[in-house]
Design a binder for this molecule. Structure first.
Ligand code: ASP
Length: 329
């Protein structure tokens, strides 16, 4: 834990800085001046020295794509390695904040600075907004001292970047890191091929929940799009319609085509333990890798970190099953 002295505030958009337009709230520039004005009016609020950088374009985070994760990763690495910043506060829309936090956790492995993501449910300046509380709370944490790695700070709670999800759309306390069964051996050492230095490229990934009515044809249609990774959100402890041979065949074919097929639980407090039910073991036997108790956000971000680095299927399966930064253990 060390106090940050030279903070980069990276502003990506989101409700926190949005202004009203005829079509509704939309991202707006000029947040640095508003933040300075608020801090000047609150000299008692602890904060390290900081400068603000705006990403371009500013986004409603509903529009975030893998390319934006890579752009954020580049801006953070440049700020640390070239400009000497020793901490980064990322201001981000809440809709996909947990996805970005998870993806960045894998894209920034080995970068020895704290990175905290925050945002707000109401715009800064709106009556009763949570914006300045979240921002000032995060600044105070940086000046007190934070562990290296990616975390999320919201409504007074500091959460691991690979454990949090947005649970609520109409409450200030929008994020939580729910208890999920943790399992997975911690990787002793991470290879340089998976560190922040490794360039990544966008990769075609899909997430598919199990639901009564899912068909082999649905899985096959996804495979036809050329996906390289398929994250299945199974029922409960990792089950699915295991008496549907056509569906099992489609999953088996996916693995044979070189697709990383992994399973997580669709229960917010669940985890995959295939062997509990025959309906789970039969799915596992198609070649699925267990994502244990990983959240959707963490599992998707991890798939991107692994496959986006160009790993072959066997190596990606190996790392997916190990704990790399607290996502499983
Ligand atoms: N739609 C907004 C966004 O994700 C919601 C928010 O920031 O709270 O950018």
């Amino acid at each position: 834990m060390r106090a940050v002295k030279n903070l980069l505030v990276l502003y990506t958009g989101g409700t926190i800085g949005m202004l009203q337009t005829p079509e509704g709230l939309a991202p707006a520039g000029g947040f640095e001046a508003r933040m300075r004005a608020w801090l000047d009016a609150h000299p008692e609020a602890p904060r390290p020295d900081w400068r603000l950088q705006e990403m371009s374009p500013l986004l409603d985070s509903a529009n975030m794509q893998q390319g934006n994760w890579l752009a954020m990763r580049d801006a953070i690495v440049e700020a640390v390695k070239q400009d000497g910043h020793d901490g980064v506060l990322l201001l981000h829309g809440t809709d996909t904040l947990a996805y970005s936090a998870a993806a960045l956790s894998f894209l920034l492995l080995g970068l020895d600075v704290p990175v905290v993501l925050t945002g707000s449910m109401l715009p800064a300046g709106a009556p009763d907004s949570d914006a300045w509380d979240n921002l000032a709370g995060a600044l105070a944490l940086f000046s007190q001292g934070l562990e290296n790695g990616v975390q999320l700070f919201f409504a007074g709670k500091l959460m691991s970047g690979v454990r949090a999800s947005k649970l609520r759309s109409e409450a200030f306390d929008a994020f939580a890191a729910l208890p999920r069964h943790r399992e997975g051996e911690r990787a002793a050492e991470l290879p340089t091929t998976l560190s922040y230095c490794q360039p990544r490229s966008p990769v075609n990934l899909a997430v598919l929940p199990m639901y009564p009515g899912i068909q082999a044809a649905h899985v096959r249609a996804l495979l036809e799009t050329g996906i390289k990774g398929l994250l299945l959100e199974c029922y409960g402890s990792g089950t699915g319609p295991s008496d549907d041979e056509a569906l099992l065949d489609a999953l088996r074919d996916a693995g044979q085509r070189g697709v990383l097929v992994a399973a997580i639980s669709q229960c917010m407090e669940g985890s995959v333990v295939f062997d509990i039910y025959e309906a789970g073991s039969r799915l596992r036997d198609t070649g699925l890798v267990s994502g244990g108790g990983m959240t959707r956000e963490a599992a998707l971000g991890k798939m991107f970190g692994l496959l986006g680095a160009g790993l072959d299927l066997a190596t990606a399966r190996h790392w997916f099953a190990l704990d790399m930064c607290g996502e499983r253990a």
